[in-house]
Ligand binder design. Structure first.
Ligand code: HEC
Length: 245
């Protein structure tokens, strides 16, 4: 009786296993299951980014941004990479950052990282790569008629054997470096450096065009007439901070 019972159990188990094998013919060649439980877990209703599609003309789901789109936090640079662009940047482009100790300090750090290896700590064109004759033709800043605009321009596009620094540095960092390079040029030429602007004194960092025609004595006189109260400055600052930056 016992042996019959055992044999029966073995036979039943074997029969069950075989029955689970299913119809091999209906299994697709690439190994997909023939039956899908919860099919929308395999085939999602959403479109894949690079999937083929019939909605757009190029039959692809991914589309390019609309022409003229500017990504957040990035400002287009209006000057072309040409001699005219260089000349125009040199003449017109102004440093939008105030000449504060903080900006100069950060510019000096960035300069040490990216530029000093060729231009030298002092900007005299005697960096490590020049001393070891790995690169030639690095000028002293004293020997080039550079402006803040032209300094920014060559950092953006590079010039001859000097490469572009647009991908390593942010716009703000480039302007901070420009302040530092301009300060180095003044030191080399024996020209006095700009006077620092204290962070609290600048409500609007972009240079005000109406100030440019004033001679300095007029400006001093006017400033004496109407000294700004700290409270007023604070109010101005909060007005200008609209974009949360
Ligand atoms: C690999 C070496 C090298 C590095 C690094 C380098 N430069 Fe230069 N730079 C040059 C050479 C070479 C020239 C001269 C190019 C020419 O006019 O032929 C030059 C020229 C310049 C000029 C003068 C351009 C003009 O208008 O005449 C400025 C300003 C300048 N570099 C700034 C910088 C700043 C700022 C950095 C760092 C962000 C930097 N450079 C990094 C090699 C370098």
């Amino acid at each position: 009786m016992n042996t019959w019972y055992k044999t029966f159990i073995y036979a039943l188990t074997a029969a069950l296993l075989i029955s689970c094998r299913g119809e091999t013919k209906s299994v697709a060649a690439d190994g997909d299951r023939s039956v899908q439980y919860f099919p929308n877990m395999y085939e999602s209703a959403g479109y894949e980014t690079y999937q083929e599609g019939t909605v757009f003309e190029n039959n692809m789901e991914a589309q390019k941004p609309v022409e003229g789109t500017v990504s957040r936090g990035w400002m287009p640079y209006d000057y072309e990479n040409s001699n005219e662009g260089y000349a125009s940047a040199k003449a017109n482009l102004q440093n939008p950052l105030p000449y504060t100790e903080e900006n100069l300090e950060n510019g000096s750090v960035m300069y040490g990282i990216y530029c000093a290896i060729c231009h030298g700590k002092k900007g005299d064109g005697k960096g490590h790569l020049v001393e070891t004759e790995k690169i030639l033709g690095v000028p002293s800043y004293a020997d080039r008629p550079i402006t803040q605009g032209s300094i920014y321009h060559v950092m953006y596009y590079g010039i001859n054997s000097m490469g572009s620094y647009a991908s390593q540095t942010s716009e703000e960092e480039r302007w901070q470096i420009a302040h530092h390079v301009d300060a180095l040029r003044r030191d080399l030429q024996g020209v006095e450096r700009q006077a620092f602007v204290k962070s609290g004194e600048v409500a609007e960092p972009i240079a005000q065009p109406q100030d440019t025609t004033m001679v300095s004595s007029d400006k001093d006189a006017e400033m004496e007439e109407a000294p700004m109260q700290p409270q007023e400055i604070e109010e101005q600052e909060t007005e200008t901070q609209t974009d949360g930056q």
